[in-house]
Design a protein around this ligand. Structure first.
Ligand SMILES: Cc1ncc(C[n+]2csc(CCOP(=O)(O)OP(=O)(O)O)c2C)c(N)n1
Ligand SMILES: [Mg+2]
Length: 333
């Protein structure tokens, strides 16, 4: 078990890339919330990861092209960080055929196998065994693929989490279990969900490497993920990565988080991953002009994605059963 205690340094290009990734997710989700309020999404089910962006960005930055990720109901950030297109995300949420799942999946069902994104899942913990199976498949075929499975603190209370982690440890699978610990599972605080708050300590019981890391510092997340992915790729087995973060908003749009203490919220908001990374960049001499350029580029990318989504036809009833059964039903039955 280990807990990194100092922020690692990276080259300036990497830090700029990470900042860009964080801003892309933050602004995309702010736009998604606006679209939701204007009733322009196909579903009202929508969970944003505002405050948690450094987890997706830090982990995905160290994955290789052939690697896989699985994701959760709070998965827009994982989708973008893994290389899913902004246009495919927006069109999916707006229920259009240009969407990642041709408009049939919406916010909680984002998939793009072409970029190694095996899918997000509305069942808490539901994709953890899917990720474990993908890692087993890669290992059996001797392929140098690593799987990163993102899931929340709530998923660690599900039986399938224990089965998956235990099996991965026994079989020394090339997988990184990323516990995106945003301190709350709906209204249940982490302190009432477990008597052992350290994910790294839990890992000891399964006999795999465990690391607790500051999820608001993208460099710390990236460094921990780099080591974990390196171990997995070298055949040294899985890692349980406990990433401490916080959702700045409610569980979903309908949740005002009245169960949370505002001083707790303020304490975490003071550790905004976007601002922390901006300060790290400013300390290296990056000026306001560069930040303004990034803002403009991201704004233009999102605006173009929404416009393209609107130009795309709505999801088709004819496709309700396609991509579901190995042997197609042959029509809309
Ligand atoms: C198996 C299952 N149980 C309950 C739910 C209802 N549910 C949706 S999200 C959620 C909380 C999940 O918390 P966590 O795993 O910490 O993820 P977070 O929402 O905090 O990102 C619950 C209980 C569900 N979708 N699936
Ligand atoms: Mg949670």
């Amino acid at each position: 078990m280990s807990t990194p205690d100092s922020t690692p340094s990276v080259d300036p290009g990497t830090l700029r890339r990470l900042y860009h990734g964080l801003v892309r997710i933050r602004r995309a989700e702010e736009s998604i919330l606006e679209l939701l309020l204007k009733n322009r999404l196909s579903s009202t089910m929508c969970h944003v990861s505002i405050g948690q962006e450094a987890v997706a960005v830090g982990v995905c930055d160290v994955l290789a092209e052939q690697d896989y990720v699985t994701s959760t109901h709070r998965g827009h950030g994982h989708f973008l960080a893994r290389g899913g297109a902004m246009s495919a995300l927006m069109a999916e949420l707006m229920g259009r055929q240009a969407g990642a799942c041709r408009g049939r999946g919406s916010s909680m069902h984002l998939v793009d196998a072409s970029v190694g994104h095996l899918g997000s899942n509305a069942i808490v913990g539901g994709h953890v065994p899917i990720a474990t199976g993908a890692a087993l498949w890669a290992a059996l075929r001797g392929q140098p693929r690593v799987v990163a499975s993102f899931f929340g603190d709530g998923a660690t209370s599900e039986g399938i989490f224990h089965e998956s982690v235990n099996f991965a440890a026994v079989a020394r699978l090339p997988i990184v279990f990323v516990v995106e610990n945003n301190q709350w599972a709906m209204s249940l605080p982490w302190s009432r969900a477990t008597a052992q708050p350290s994910i790294a300590a839990k890992a000891q019981a399964y006999g795999l490497v465990g690391v607790d890391v500051d999820g608001q510092d993208v460099l710390a997340v990236r460094a921990a993920a780099e080591q974990a992915v390196g171990r997995a790729r070298a055949g040294a087995g899985p890692t349980l990565l406990g990433v401490q973060t916080y959702r700045f908003l409610g569980h979903s749009r309908a949740d005002p988080s009245s169960y949370r203490d505002t001083t707790e919220e303020q304490r975490w908001r003071a550790r905004d991953p976007v601002l922390i990374t901006r300060e790290q960049l400013a300390a290296t001499g990056v000026g306001d002009d560069w930040f303004a350029t990034i803002d403009r580029e991201v704004h233009a990318e999102i605006a173009a994605a929404i416009e393209a989504a609107e130009a795309s036809p709505p999801a088709s009833l004819d496709e309700v059963f396609s991509d579901i059964y190995a042997t197609p039903l042959g029509g809309n039955r």
